[in-house]
Design a protein around this ligand. Sequence first.
Ligand code: NAD
Ligand code: MG
Length: 398
Amino acid sequence: GMVTRPLLVTLLGATGSIGLSTLDVVARHPQRYQVFALTAFTRMADLHKLCLLHRPRYAVVAEEAQARVLQSELARDGVSTRVLVGEGGLCEVAAHPETDLVMAAIVGAAGLRPTLSAVQAGKRVLLANKEALVMSGGLFMQALRDSGAVLLPIDSEHNAIFQCLPRDYARGMAEVGVRRILLTASGGPFRELPAAALASVTPEQACAHPNWSMGRKISVDSASMMNKGLELIEACWLFDARPDQVEVVVHPQSVIHSMVDYVDGSVLAQLGNPDMRTPIAHALAWPERMDSGVSALDLLRIGRLDFQAPDEQRFPCLRLARQAAEAGGTSPAVLNAANEVAVDAFLDRRIRFTEIAGIIGDVLDREASVPARCLEDVLTADRQARALAGSWLDRHGR
Ligand code: NAD
Ligand code: MG
């Protein structure tokens, strides 16, 4: 296509799994993309190296002390990157008038405000940070309509669904002839583990995903299937679907990334090797296509594609997420916050894997759903849910 100047890319969460995959794709197309801003929370040495390599206008870190060190190192290296600090810095680079495209790849609720800033500023927003949309759904989508920002899903399932829907899907599921969305799930590392064995699995086992290499939080979510629960809520907001229009199908090979079932019986699927560079390259180049570095799919080597029903007995997080989706209001924000606290506690070896769902269920029972009228409603629900999850940990001596 005709590209007059490179698009300037802000990468929120540059040092993470999605961040690094994005930089890999961007570096393959220097005529199309230039890095404008890189952000990181920890891993300052990695951020320093990325700044040397990509020479961004801005870098954003969490604390003043980190900023001073990085700023002086970069000055010594002769790099003119300006180092900003904290959530204010994140929101500034996300909404900066000169940035064209924002990859939202911070993990968890920490990404909410920066991602919303990019949306409100009317950017092309590539959404990996599903927690932001799960928390603030209706407000997020309203901000999108108000600003005219373009939202492209990076989650492989939602990117697949986007590719399988017609261009005018925003008219409504029924209007464009969609019967339901088939959201595929790998089933995670414990897909075949008996219920009794789940209580003693370790963080290392939970983080060893069979098909994808990802950050620790989403790896635990995949193991508990809360990831699929969050994705169910994400799909409802992105595609204006009801929870009962989204069916989860376990597909262990992760070759079909999701499907759309139309009223005439046609089912469209998007397939590919499980490599996040495919959805990233799709969203960066959309509506064009470009090389992502991902090898061609070899169906003969894969041989077969299997499908199973999800097991909500062993994976109650899926059921809890569906309940929160149906309750609406602040319930998804409560679900998400309780999950973030529980996953941290599991990674710190303070709770058992099976207690993750116990904590979330307890918090959902204690905190009533209220309408999410403004961002403050969402942030209040998030705070209260974290406090309730914390009190569960206290009560159980963790
Ligand atoms: P990760 O842990 O590898 O990286 C997270 C990034 O966010 C890092 O750059 C980190 O510095 C930054 N960060 C963490 N906490 C922060 C905070 N409090 N403030 C500011 N920055 C912070 O995670 P990931 O696997 O790259 O996932 C990122 C997001 O993308 C998540 O929402 C995840 O659900 C989603 N996602 C990831 C994958 C994948 O394959 N990794 C696939 C689909 C969706
Ligand atoms: Mg996914």
